[in-house]
Design a protein around this ligand. Structure first.
Ligand SMILES: CC(C)(COP(=O)(O)OP(=O)(O)OC[C@H]1O[C@@H](n2cnc3c(N)ncnc32)[C@H](O)[C@@H]1OP(=O)(O)O)[C@@H](O)C(=O)NCCC(=O)NCCS
Length: 162
C-alpha cells in the first residue's frame, strides 16, 4: 500500500471496520452521487470486495486514517471494466466532517504514485458528471478529462492519466 503521507496513513480494511465503513457508505451526504447510500450488509460486502483485491492484486481500497488514528475514509485502486477494457481506477470517500481539508486529494495522489511505482502508468477515475469535488480531485492528482461513457446505466465522465 502507499507509504504514509503528510497527514494520512493507509492500512488494509478489516471486518472490524464495519461500523466505520457502514457509517461512511451509509451517509447520504457522502453517497450523494451514487444511486443510494449503502446498507450495513452492502458495507460488509464492500470490505470483502476490498479484501479480495488485496489477496488477488495486492491492492484495493484501503482505510485512510489521520496520524492520531482517526478514521478519514477509504482510498485506493481497483480494477474496473469500462467499455470492454479493464482499467485501474483510483477511488476515494472521505467522511463528511473531514471533507474540504485536502485529504481526499492527498490520499488519491499517494495512490496514483503507488500505481506508478508498480509500473502501472494508466490510472483512471470514473465520476458522475455533477460530482464537482471528485472531478477536482482527479484533476489535482494529474488526471485529465478523457471522455464520457456509461457505467451501470449511468452517465459518467472518465478522467485518465497515461
Ligand atoms: C471527492 C471527495 C473524496 C473529496 O475529498 P476532500 O478531502 O473533500 O477533497 P479535497 O479537500 O482534497 O478537495 C478537492 C477539491 O475539490 C474542491 N471541491 C470540494 N467540494 C466541491 C464542490 N462541491 N464543488 C466544486 N469543487 C469542490 C475543493 O475546493 C478542492 O479543490 P481546490 O483545492 O482547487 O480548492 C469527497 O468530496 C467525498 O468523499 N465525496 C463523496 C464520495 C465520492 O463522491 N467519491 C468519489 C466517487 S467518484
Amino acid at each position: 500500500m502507499p507509504p504514509p503521507t503528510r497527514r494520512l496513513t493507509f492500512r488494509r480494511m478489516v471486518e472490524d471496520d464495519l461500523d466505520a465503513m457502514a457509517r461512511l457508505l451509509g451517509d447520504p451526504v457522502v453517497m450523494a452521487h451514487y444511486p443510494r447510500p449503502k446498507t450495513r450488509d452492502e458495507a460488509l460486502a464492500w470490505i470483502e470486495w476490498c479484501r479480495r483485491g488485496y489477496a488477488r492484486d495486492g491492492f484495493g481500497l484501503w482505510v485512510i486514517e489521520d496520524h492520531d488514528g482517526g478514521f478519514v475514509g477509504d482510498c485506493g485502486l481497483t480494477w474496473q471494466r469500462l467499455d470492454g477494457v479493464d482499467e485501474l481506477e483510483v477511488g476515494y470517500h472521505v467522511v463528511a466532517d473531514r471533507q474540504g481539508e485536502g485529504l481526499g486529494s492527498e490520499a488519491a495522489a499517494a495512490c496514483v504514485d503507488f500505481a506508478r511505482s508498480r509500473g502501472v502508468e494508466r490510472v483512471i477515475a470514473i465520476i458522475r458528471p455533477d460530482n464537482r469535488a471528485s472531478r477536482r480531485v482527479a484533476e489535482k492528482v494529474g488526471l485529465e478529462l478523457d471522455r464520457t461513457s456509461v457505467m451501470h446505466d449511468l452517465d459518467v465522465v472518465v478522467y485518465a492519466r497515461g
